[in-house]
Design a protein around this ligand. Structure first.
Ligand code: ADP
Length: 217
């Protein structure tokens, strides 16, 4: 099964991905996490330019993104399903993914759109804490770690994402509405889109997603 999460920054894609990948044994393709790994690698020649783009909230070049996606997929076993989180970010990228899937003889089963009002975004982002090691997402109020600033799963010290500041978020929302939002129609036309209310609490959203994916399997 190949599944995709769409939604504004902070709609809960990473949080729900954690549960979905475990339960449905999917490989979690978090493009944000893969890009942050490149930024953190001092020997990566592309790290600095990726960092500048991410901090401004603008999209990284399609060539680079598609190279990362192809490498990720080529390292999976042929029957392993994928959970796409944060990719594609534009219709252009969605078309490139369709072509790649055609080449690999794979298909996208469903696209879950996490619907969240912009007014909630800042509150979610301001409290977000991230594990730099395993990528798990926390919130100081809505989803706190058991021990302050420490990852429940791997014990690493939690960090604030460098692009989780007001300036970057404004850029990310602008980019989202101009380039990513049109994907809703793109996947609606393919009959793959299912919307869910992402203002609910984490467990209720997980239940909604579980009902959807349980029906596909
Ligand atoms: P995304 O991957 O879509 O950018 P995250 O999963 O990182 O979003 O969630 C953004 C922030 O909101 C995190 O701090 C997370 O803990 C918190 N969060 C996620 N889902 C919910 C929810 N349903 N209710 C309240 N807070 C949530």
């Amino acid at each position: 099964m190949n599944v995709m999460f769409l939604g504004v920054p902070s709609s809960g894609k990473g949080t729900q991905a954690e549960f979905v990948r475990k339960k449905y044994k999917l490989a979690h393709l978090s493009i944000g996490e893969l890009l942050r790994k490149k930024i953190d690698d001092p020997n990566d020649p592309e790290g600095q330019s990726i960092r500048e783009k991410i901090n401004k909230g603008i999209l990284v070049d399609n060539d680079l993104i598609m190279r990362i996606i192809e490498t990720f997929i080529s390292n999976l076993s042929s029957d392993e399903g994928i959970l796409f989180d944060g990719f594609p970010r534009s219709v252009e990228q969605a078309i490139l993914l369709d072509k790649l899937f055609e080449k690999l003889n794979k298909k996208l089963d469903c696209v879950i759109n996490m619907e969240l009002d912009d007014r909630v975004v800042m509150e979610r982002i301001n409290g977000r804490r991230l594990c730099p090691n395993c990528g798990k997402s926390y919130h100081i109020k809505f989803n706190p770690s058991k021990i302050k600033d420490t990852c429940d799963d791997c014990g690493s010290k939690l960090v604030i994402r460098e692009d989780d500041n007001e300036e970057s978020v404004k850029g990310r929302l602008k980019t989202y509405y101009s380039q990513t939002h049109p994907l809703i129609n793109y996947y609606k036309e393919q009959g793959k889109l299912i919307g869910i209310d992402a203002t609910q609490d984490i467990e209720s959203i997980a239940k909604n997603i579980d009902d959807i994916l349980g029906g596909i399997q």
